[in-house]
Design a protein around this ligand. Sequence first.
Ligand SMILES: Cc1cc2nc3c(=O)[nH]c(=O)nc-3n(C[C@H](O)[C@H](O)[C@H](O)COP(=O)(O)OP(=O)(O)OC[C@H]3O[C@@H](n4cnc5c(N)ncnc54)[C@H](O)[C@@H]3O)c2cc1C
Ligand SMILES: NC(=O)c1ccc[n+]([C@@H]2O[C@H](COP(=O)([O-])OP(=O)(O)OC[C@H]3O[C@@H](n4cnc5c(N)ncnc54)[C@H](O)[C@@H]3O)[C@@H](O)[C@H]2O)c1
Length: 471
Amino acid sequence: MSAINCDLCVIGAGSGGLSVAAGAAQMGADTVLIERGAMGGDCLNSGCVPSKSLLAAAKAAESLRRAGRFGVNGHEPSIDFAQVHGHVRGVIDSIAPHDSQERFEGLGVRVIRAAARFTGPDAVEAGGITVRARRFVLATGSRPAVPPLPGLDALPFLTNETLFERTAAPEHLLVLGGGPIGVEMAQAHRRLGARVTMLVRSRLLPKDDPELVEVLRRRLSAEGVAILEGAAAAQAERAGNGVAVLLEDGRRIEGSDLLVATGRAPNLEDLGLDAAGIAVTKKGVKVDARLRTTNRHVFAVGDVTGGPAFTHVAGQHASVVIKNALFRLPAKVDYAALPWVTYAEPELAQVGLTEAAARERHGDGVRALTAPFAGNDRARTEAETEGLVKLVVTKRGRLLGAGIAGPHAGEQIALWCLAVAKRMGVGDVANLTLPYPTLAEAGKRAAGSFYTPTLFGPRTRGLVRFLGWFG
Ligand SMILES: Cc1cc2nc3c(=O)[nH]c(=O)nc-3n(C[C@H](O)[C@H](O)[C@H](O)COP(=O)(O)OP(=O)(O)OC[C@H]3O[C@@H](n4cnc5c(N)ncnc54)[C@H](O)[C@@H]3O)c2cc1C
Ligand SMILES: NC(=O)c1ccc[n+]([C@@H]2O[C@H](COP(=O)([O-])OP(=O)(O)OC[C@H]3O[C@@H](n4cnc5c(N)ncnc54)[C@H](O)[C@@H]3O)[C@@H](O)[C@H]2O)c1
């Protein structure tokens, strides 16, 4: 068995591990990166990239269907699912070089393609090589959490790890779970010609603001996605060539295929965490705000920590770990201005606190300010007037959070990421001069509504009349 000594050893070459390894190597740290599967991890191979590529194809199909509202002949598109799959594959292939072993070796990283396992508090074994490092970073990600539903393990169900390999559309897709994977994949498959039924235990997108979710629920239903909320699955079984899910209320829902999208489980197994003295909780590796595990030589980043499971969170984690591990700065994670986007149409974007979370934390003084896209001229020109901007502010107008359901919400939220992160007030946005006509004006309108009662109230009218006497 050969041995390597290095400054930093990163386990897992997904969003988190790659960011740590690239940053550390470019800053001069002698870095080893260990990956047991495909370089790029979930986001590139079975997550963000394929899901957004599939959604883009689905959007193209839907815009043909809906073109009639512009007087442009809309028609039912003919969909070649194998070519759609080719598009998805092509996007992955076009991004893959950026995450590749070759690129990382070019940056000076030693890459080992094997499963890693701690053999002690300061040593890892992978592919017959013992790696000793001053610091380790655990970035092993997560996998689909499959619920213990009786009958499920005897069925050939789909997860995000298998869904994007399909070259034919399912005839009738049952989607178990109403989180972002469920919602995005339900709409994508419906638009690409499948029948889709969502089985949602509680409500759709439970982490999002219900008023904003309602916009998306209406659109999904209008497009023909059957959404069964409050539908707890009790059992799964075969039904001819397909599948059936029995609900607790006695209903039996049949489909050709079943997608399980019921959350994530951290990849902790076979890592020898006990040998390294690394404690875990039910959610993932136990870390403090500086992402230190219970072994002072080992940090953890990304999904394996059991925190918010997003690529941009893994990115923030990477930067916190680099500051701590390489520069000994006490940097901490900060989710106060954490954004997330569900990339269905209309998009749903949120940063900071939702109204419910803000009321829980700040009490009844919190105000919600809204502006619908129905009143926005750009939305009218685009014939995309569904949705709204919703700001959540303190009594004095400081922004606590912002949510958008509407066209390009994921792009529009960037302004609010800055405003919430910098603890700005509504006045900072209400006083901006924005280009006309833009969707962003809806946000400005929501911000401006904070002042409406005082600006157009009797006191202002009295003041204007009084000052008029001196003119
Ligand atoms: C369908 C889907 C869509 C998503 N869409 C979005 C989105 O639009 N935006 C967004 O921000 N997030 C999205 N996410 C979430 C995002 O993909 C994850 O949060 C992100 O990939 C987490 O990065 P990570 O580095 O923690 O883990 P991963 O990317 O999963 O990487 C972990 C790596 O570690 C490797 N590994 C595991 N164990 C070992 C071991 N013992 N030895 C060596 N290597 C090991 C794995 O093979 C893997 O490559 C999506 C997820 C899914 C499933
Ligand atoms: N656009 C994005 O950024 C994006 C897209 C996809 C995934 N992701 C990330 O991946 C994570 C995983 O996504 P997800 O949609 O699988 O998970 P999720 O945890 O967000 O949602 C899971 C859903 O499944 C339901 N559920 C759980 N157990 C169930 C059971 N036994 N029966 C029926 N329903 C059950 C939950 O009530 C919930 O609605 C997300 O939380 C998110 O962090 C992000």
